[in-house]
Design a protein. Structure first.
Length: 500
């Protein structure tokens, strides 16, 4: 074993996500616990791709931690960070043994870096003479042996800032948790591009010191598939902000979405924020030069009554077939003022005055620049599998593929790397997976390069009965047995297999 964990913070939704949903996503398997429902947000990346995680210290100390697979006496890793250096206490990245903090690397309010015994307020074993400026991105790395008098070394941007021996254990000799902690009100710190190694194995057993970057890609094509279609969506089903907005009584409200593959639209959904006796009917329009055109392609069944934060679904008795890569307008007509949950703070919605009893209008004149209400279509009859799993963040049972037979495998192609790296240290295959039938099941997260198809570092994993992230690492190219090349990785495919 060498790679313990890598995290680019790229699969928890888009930048500007601020809500309890981020906490729920962090708790969805990759991280053991994220406390403080308003304390996390997804922001722009600190490197060139993906997103970053921001810890907002608005109510005091916040703890985000991950319990590792086993215990380790030596921990090696790195993370990109940027801090506003606010607040009166230090923010830290710590290592613990079942909740007992062994040692913590702190980004001090002065901009200096310290290694401390125990928690973020513990005795400093060493402090850097160099400092970082507020809101500037840097890469921090470490190699720490855990014990009463053990070796440590810490690097900043590839340069050693201190090393020595000291009490890195705080009565512990091993650790099994990584956590973020410390800070006080006014502290904001962003993290990106995290790697965690131990010192075993033939690769990835030492600090990299190369300013490494984690690039996350989602599937864009099928390679070979044996799983079955479960569900798919067109639109946006997540809530990134706590904002709500009411289109108004006797209104038509819509959002425009472009399809992926051809499929049938079974229904349209939105999420009201309040209970009411309102009436809703789903509508779908074709698009012409960026506006809904003609009469509706289809009108859904009337739904009467809303429940706060419960999904409202209006189904079609004759689901229309939506063509691939084509824009459509999805939404509702309603008779009553009802607040709706929004996806984010953008303004991609449109609305028009419409008498509900008259049905949906023809060639409606829309007022654009309206809030981005949560609106999505439930699709059936999708003939590919990659589309159902290419959703960020993963929406659970409204978009998935499934298999119930041992040996069934789905493999997908991915976009090429956005840059040509000097080194590829490892490739992680991750999946958001649950078990829905009875009995015991195990899965492999697979990588196929050339003719070689393997389960990587973590074959035979047992999924839970609720969705959670699972991963496996591929430090070398399975086809060659040596380090990945960009060409080899761009040609490889990966996915999931029912192992038993």
């Amino acid at each position: 074993m060498a790679v313990l964990f890598i995290e680019g913070f790229d699969k928890y939704g888009p930048a500007n996500t601020v809500s309890a949903n981020v906490t729920a996503l962090l708790n969805d398997g990759e991280w053991t616990n994220a406390s403080g429902a308003i304390s996390y947000s997804i922001v722009a990346p600190l490197s060139s791709t993906g997103q970053a995680l921001q810890l907002n210290y608005t109510t005091g100390s916040v703890v985000l931690y991950k319990t590792l697979a086993t215990t380790y006496s030596r921990i090696i890793g790195g993370i990109r960070f940027s801090s506003n250096l606010g607040g009166s206490a230090n923010a830290g990245l710590g290592f613990a043994s079942s909740g007992t903090q062994a040692c913590t690397i702190t980004i001090n309010s002065t901009g200096a870096i310290s290694l401390r015994t125990g928690t973020y307020t513990g005795t400093a074993l060493a402090t850097s003479s160099s400092t970082v400026s507020a809101n500037s991105a840097h890469y921090l790395e470490w190699d720490i042996t855990i014990g009463a008098s053990s070796a440590y070394q810490v690097w900043l941007d590839g340069v050693s800032v201190f090393s020595g021996t000291g009490n890195t254990g705080n009565s512990q000799t091993t650790i099994n948790q990584l956590n973020f902690l410390g800070g006080t009100i006014g502290t904001n710190i962003q993290y990106d591009d995290l790697y965690l190694f131990d010192n075993t194995g033939g690769t990835n057993n030492a600090v990299l010191n190369t300013n490494p970057r984690i690039e996350t890609q989602f599937p864009n094509a099928d390679s070979s598939v044996q799983f079955s279609f479960g569900a798919a969506i067109l639109g946006q089903a997540y809530q990134a902000v706590a904002s709500v907005n009411a289109p108004g009584a006797n209104e038509l409200f819509l959002r425009k979405f472009t399809t992926g593959p051809t499929g049938q639209l079974a229904s349209v959904a939105c999420i009201p924020n309040a209970g009411s006796g309102a009436k809703f009917k789903a509508v779908v329009y074709a698009d012409s030069a960026g506006s809904p055109t003609g009469s509706t392609l289809v009108t859904g069944a009337e739904v009467t009554g809303t429940t706060a934060n419960a999904t409202l679904v209006s189904a079609f008795s004759s689901p229309p077939t939506l063509s691939a890569s084509t824009a459509y307008w999805l939404g509702f007509i309603t008779d009553t003022f009802v607040q709706l949950n929004q996806v984010d703070g953008t303004t991609t919605g449109a609305k028009a005055t419409n008498t509900y009893g008259s049905g949906p209008p023809t060639n409606p004149t829309m007022t654009t620049g309206q809030p981005s209400w949560i609106i999505y279509g439930n699709m059936t009859g999708i003939a590919v599998d990659w589309y159902e799993v290419d959703v960020n963040p993963p929406p659970g049972d409204i978009s998935y593929v499934y298999a119930s037979s041992s040996g069934y495998e789905d493999l997908y192609s991915f976009p090429a790397l956005t840059t040509t790296p000097n080194n590829i240290y490892t490739v992680a295959v991750k999946g958001n997976i649950k078990k829905s039938d009875t009995g015991t099941r195990t899965i492999d997260l697979r990588m196929k390069s050339g003719g070689t198809d393997t389960g990587g570092s973590n074959p035979g994993q047992t999924p839970a009965t609720t969705y959670g992230w699972m991963d496996s690492f591929f430090d070398t190219d399975p086809n060659t047995g040596v380090a990945w090349t960009p060409t080899g990785l761009n040609s490889a495919v990966s996915g999931v297999k029912v192992a038993s």
